[in-house]
Design a protein around this ligand. Structure first.
Ligand SMILES: Nc1nc2c(ncn2[C@@H]2O[C@H](COP(=O)(O)OP(=O)(O)OP(=O)(O)O)[C@@H](O)[C@H]2O)c(=O)[nH]1
Ligand SMILES: [Mg+2]
Length: 357
């Protein structure tokens, strides 16, 4: 028997967080099984071709592997997760020493035969499997930062984690999600670092994003795994409350479950005089949007990524209110600690929710 052809395995690689190089199309195929020996050479040591090596393809943590037709193969959400997507071909079989009738029988079964002039026969190794797959990245993060372009999401991520996202004073600076790691709160003492979390800074959302405007809806799926949302609002903008509503509306249109999740609102840029002046009023207005009636009946995570238009859609006012509203300047480092306290408290809260249900 010849060696088995190489399989193709896709595995989650934690060090692979650069999503960009992942977006090019790749073509890989499982290898043909090893042939047995070489034609015409009667040497038993050549009867065993080597097994083909496994082709291992690293992808970022959180990659969902689907068949082209949509069937889910694997969700590589944990480091070490892997899936065999294509089997290498079966190895060839030598019939060199087989009796004549067996040769005939085997040869009748397959066209995959090689023979030489002295009628020595080999069945060739089979070609490996070929599959077409769709790889979708859904980042693994506890916290999702959402907001209009230019609100300061990336600046916020850079201010509280070691991440170094691109920051600029034009919209759509962020094209792909950036991830950063927030440490637990040391003041809680040993074993209490329960607020450790991964934050995902997403591209800015604009009105109509769910229909494909701006950078569209493509990245909204990255919120799927988050437990907490942080709305970043530019408090110095013309109409911050309207901006905030726009973002909520887009989230709702994409997947209303996103509005059921716990969230806090960060009113950013309070280093700017106009922003600090209106902060109390803004805070009050934003706190009021939403309902106290946190019935959990729709709090389940939907199994689909896309919009759930069939669902009974509620008004923004009917979804839960923010856990907290904080005014900060992530650029100048004003009230960062208050904001961190709220993020950690909200995270602990959702962890408790999970624990008790
Ligand atoms: N004055 C002031 N400017 C800020 C503050 N935070 C962010 N900025 C500025 O706002 C601009 C946008 O910041 P980003 O962090 O790139 O905004 P973003 O929300 O990530 O933007 P997109 O990636 O386009 O969605 C930059 O010029 C920042 O320097 C702040 O607290 N105060
Ligand atoms: Mg950004």
């Amino acid at each position: 028997m010849g060696g088995h052809g190489g399989d193709v395995v896709i595995y989650a690689d934690e060090s692979k967080d650069t999503l960009l190089d992942f977006h090019k199309k790749g073509r890989y195929s499982a290898k043909r099984g090893g042939n047995v020996g070489a034609m015409g050479v009667l040497s038993s040591q050549l009867h065993n071709g080597l097994a083909g090596p496994t082709l291992r393809i690293p992808v970022p943590l959180g990659t969902v592997v689907k068949h082209k037709r949509g069937k889910l193969l694997a969700d590589l959400a944990l480091p070490g997760d892997e899936v065999v997507v294509a089997r290498g071909g079966q190895g060839g079989i030598s019939l060199l020493e087989s009796p004549e009738h067996k040769k005939k029988k085997m040869m009748a079964m397959t066209p995959n035969v090689m023979r030489d002039e002295s009628d020595k026969v080999l069945l060739l190794g089979q070609p490996g499997e070929e599959v077409s797959l769709q790889l979708i990245l859904r980042v693994v993060a506890d916290v999702g930062l959402v907001g209009l372009p230019n609100a300061g999401k990336s600046t916020l991520l850079g201010a509280i984690t070691l991440a170094k996202p691109d920051i600029a004073d034009y919209p759509f600076t962020t094209l792909m999600p950036n991830l950063g790691r927030l440490d637990g709160d040391p003041s809680l003492g040993p074993g209490q670092f329960s607020s450790e979390a991964t934050l995902a800074d997403l591209p800015g959302l604009i009105e109509g994003a769910h229909l494909g405007k701006g950078l569209g809806r493509n990245f909204l799926r990255h919120l799927r795994r988050t437990r907490l949302l942080v709305h970043v609002v530019d408090a110095a903008a013309e109409d911050p409350v309207n901006d905030y509503r726009t973002v909520k509306e887009e989230l709702r249109m994409y997947n209303p479950d996103y509005l059921e999740r716990p969230y806090i609102v960060v009113l950013n840029k309070i280093d700017i005089p106009e922003a600090i002046e209106r902060l109390p009023k803004l805070t009050e207005e934003i706190r009021k949007i939403g309902s106290d009636n946190t019935d959990l009946q729709t709090g389940t995570v939907s199994e689909t990524d896309g919009p759930c238009e069939e669902k009974k859609v509620k008004e923004i006012e009917e979804y839960p209110r923010p856990h907290a509203v904080v005014g900060v300047s992530v650029l100048k480092g004003i009230r960062i600690n208050e904001m961190l306290k709220e993020i950690r408290a909200a995270l602990r809260n959702c962890r408790d929710d999970i624990g008790s249900s």
